[in-house]
Write a protein that binds this ligand. Sequence first.
Ligand code: MN3
Length: 225
Amino acid sequence: MSLSIARNAFARSFKPAFSTTAVLSRGKATLPDLDYDFGALEPFISGQINEVHYTKHHQTYVNSYNAAIEQVQQAQAVGDVKTQVELTNVIKFHGGGHINHSLFWKNLAPKSQGGGEPPAANSPLGKAISQYYGNLDNLIGNVNAKLAGVQGSGWAWIVKNKDTGALEVISKPNQDIVDGPHIPIVGIDAWEHAYYLQYKNVKVDYFKAIWNVVNWQEAERRFSA
Ligand code: MN3
């Protein structure tokens, strides 16, 4: 799979969730292509987890989002406002799940493709890490503390505050997306489905391990975009 094809598929899959005009069109959300095999993140994330996570969980967000959009269009056609309002929660949840997971796959990479390699100290992201967190280990510690604090299901994110330029660490419940002044840089999925098949109840081991396959090149691109 070439990078450009992967990028195009990624861009296509993003449009419906971000753009009002796309929502009103017949365009469907689709699973983005992965840049690596399911087993390529082992031993840190098992191939079985990635396969189930991508083909079952992410696919369900895509399917349910598409179904809800169709229902909205039908409700719109007959002037059924109540149904349209009810569907907004479904769209927020499943559309959010699609957006978050599309970011998640891209912000991971196998060791052989640079996974876990820290950003260069003199890069824009490297400098921001140094400025706001002192060093990468301290930033990761902050994210892991946020992850440990997620009650039920949710995510922790390293974000850039576009108003201040600051690097921040935030958590989001359920499938709420990173929004407002925040631009997602790295997102870690703290839902049980992201680790349970491998780590069972010891989620802190998953939070420690996943940094071995975080794609800091992608983070750098998002930070500098
Ligand atoms: Mn997930």
